[in-house]
Design a binder for this molecule. Structure first.
Ligand SMILES: *Cc1c(COP(=O)(O)O)cnc(C)c1O
Length: 242
């Protein structure tokens, strides 16, 4: 696949256009949805090309790979989001170098991120990742314990609870996609009923972001539809084509 800057700029423009059309179709306010460009396993030139085309928020999943890109792209004002799996022994580096974390799935991780967030930086924005009931092997918080966990997390000073996130099993059926994203929307409403205000629903990827927008997504995380197939093997030794 083509990595030339014009290709990425065109794909970005098309995704932005589809986001705008989905906002209109589902009666969302204009600009309600932020596009997070998922750049994991993409070379640094591709991020530069997207940046040049106006993209500012980038999502990375692998720490070693992300930190190499942060060094190489230090001249750009990028807003870095960590969207990978959370491991307790990796929280310090995340707390020090990212502005958002999308996959917080337990209180202990949030506590570590809060403790390790450097004082000169604003609080780290976090989303609690929800696990769906039919996915016992996946990481994520159980919707039943969500409320208690959210309440504890709002007391932390180094982090700011912004919202919820989900990574559903892929399905090509639009109604089925909406149904899953609706669970996240309902969970957010339950938190609001309890006085915990959040402003973010991080949901929707290349193949289902329109359904997510229909259900209230405020951040869609789109990778392949912008950059094409993933091309570098992560330095963390993980397979990137997940
Ligand atoms: C890889 C990834 C994405 C992007 O997926 P695409 O299908 O490439 O759009 C979004 N969210 C998370 C958590 C990911 O790991």
């Amino acid at each position: 696949m083509d990595t030339k800057p014009h290709f990425i700029a065109e794909c970005l423009a098309e995704i932005r256009d589809r986001i705008t059309r989905a906002e209109q179709a589902y009666h969302r306010p204009p600009h309600a949805v932020t596009l997070l460009a998922v750049s994991k396993a993409q070379p640094e030139q591709s991020l530069r090309a997207a940046y040049k085309a106006g993209q500012r928020c980038f999502g990375e999943s692998y720490l070693q790979e992300a930190s190499a890109k942060m060094t190489a792209l230090a001249d750009l004002a990028i807003d870095w989001h960590f969207i990978g799996r959370m491991q307790a022994n990796k929280t310090r580096q995340i707390a020090e170098s990212f502005s958002w974390v999308h996959g917080v799935d337990r209180l202990k991780i949030a506590q570590r991120l809060s403790d390790q967030r450097p004082g000169h930086l604003p609080p780290l924005n976090i989303c609690l990742q929800i696990k769906l009931s039919d996915e016992p092997t996946k990481s994520g918080a159980d919707p039943d314990t969500l409320l208690a966990m959210a309440r504890d997390i709002t007391k932390l000073t180094g982090t700011r609870l912004r919202g919820l996130s989900v990574i559903p099993e892929p399905t090509s059926n639009f109604a089925a996609q909406r149904k899953v994203f609706g669970i996240l929307r309902a969970a957010a409403e339950r938190l609001a009923d309890d006085g915990i205000t959040i402003d973010t629903l991080s949901m929707g990827m290349s193949d289902d972001f329109e359904a997510a927008i229909a259900e209230g997504a405020t951040i869609v995380r789109v990778g392949a539809a912008i950059f094409g197939e993933r091309r570098i093997t992560s330095g963390d030794g993980l397979v990137c084509s997940d």
